[in-house]
Design a protein around this ligand. Structure first.
Ligand SMILES: [Zn+2]
Length: 255
C-alpha cells in the first residue's frame, strides 16, 4: 500500500491492475484533455479502460485514484514501471503554477518513497520525471501528451521538487564578522564602513559615508538609534553606535 497523504484519496473500483508494479522508474506527466471532474468520472466508466495514479486540477487540487502498489492504465507498456499523473487542461495548454507545485510535491514523495532520482527522465529506460510521448508507440503513440509547453516545464518542476526534498544547494551569503565596537569610534572610511553604509541606507537610515575620519554626525546617530529601537534593541544597543546586535541584524556583506 502506498498512498500520498496530501492527495484526496478517490479510489476507483475498476480500470487498473492489482499489484504488478515491478519497480518504479519515475512519474509520467499527462494532459487530461478535459477536466479533473470529468476524468474522475471517466476512470469509473468500464468503457474507459484507462486510469492514472494521480491527477491535478488547474487551481491546485490533487487526487489519487490508484494506490502506487497497483498498476494504473495510463501509458501501455510503461504501466509496469512508471507511476502516472494526469493534469487538467486541453491539448497545447501549459500547466498552472499550482499544478507544477502539486506535481513537484508528488514527485518529491516518489523520490522519497521509491528512491527515484530528482531529474528529468532521459527516456523509457531512464529514471525520473517523464512524459507520455517519450514512450512512443510502445506507450500508445500519444505524441501530443502532454504537449511541448508542458514538456518544457519539466525542468522547473524538478527544481521545485529538489527544493521540497531539501537537496537543492542553498546559496550561503557571506557576512562580515563584527569588527568590534571600537572599530567604529576610531575608524576612518573603509570598504567595510561603506558596505555598512549601504545596508543602513537600505534600512532607511542616513549613511555613514562622509569625511575622512570618524564623522558620525549627530543626525546620523539619531537615525541609527531610531532604527535600532525599531529592531527592539535597548540601552547601549540603541545608542546610535553599531554594536554586536546591530551588526548581526544588518548582515553587512564581506568586502
Ligand atoms: Zn497521456
Amino acid at each position: 500500500m502506498a498512498k500520498y497523504s496530501k492527495a484526496q484519496w478517490r479510489p476507483i473500483p475498476i480500470n487498473y491492475t492489482s499489484g504488478g508494479q515491478s519497480s518504479v522508474r519515475g512519474l509520467v506527466v499527462h494532459i487530461m484533455a478535459g477536466t479533473l471532474a470529468g476524468t474522475d468520472s471517466w476512470f469509473r466508466n468500464p468503457v474507459a479502460r484507462a486510469s492514472s495514479h494521480f491527477g491535478t486540477g488547474k487551481t491546485g487540487a490533487i487526487y489519487q485514484w490508484v494506490d502506487t502498489a497497483n498498476r494504473a492504465w495510463a501509458q501501455a507498456n510503461g504501466n509496469s514501471s512508471w507511476l502516472s499523473i494526469e493534469n487538467e487542461g486541453k491539448g497545447g495548454d501549459a500547466l498552472t503554477s499550482a499544478q507544477m507545485d502539486r506535481i513537484a510535491e508528488v514527485f518529491a514523495w516518489v523520490h522519497k518513497t521509491y528512491g527515484v532520482p530528482l531529474q528529468v527522465a532521459s527516456g523509457t529506460s531512464g529514471k525520473g520525471l517523464g512524459y507520455h510521448a517519450m514512450g512512443g508507440s510502445s506507450w500508445g503513440g500519444h505524441t501530443q501528451c502532454p504537449g511541448s509547453r508542458i514538456v518544457a516545464q519539466l525542468p522547473q518542476i524538478v527544481a521545485r521538487a529538489k527544493r521540497l526534498a531539501g537537496s537543492a544547494p542553498v546559496p550561503k551569503p557571506s557576512y562580515a564578522p563584527f569588527p568590534g565596537a571600537a572599530y567604529f569610534k576610531g575608524s576612518p572610511r573603509s570598504a567595510l564602513i561603506t558596505a555598512m553604509g549601504k545596508r543602513l541606507v537600505a534600512e532607511g537610515c542616513s549613511a555613514y559615508s562622509s569625511g575622512p575620519g570618524p564623522q558620525w554626525t549627530e543626525s546620523d546617530r539619531k537615525s541609527y538609534a531610531k532604527w535600532q529601537r525599531k529592531q527592539g534593541f535597548g540601552g547601549t544597543d540603541a545608542d546610535g553606535w553599531p554594536g554586536a546586535k546591530t551588526w548581526a541584524a544588518l548582515k553587512v556583506p564581506t568586502v
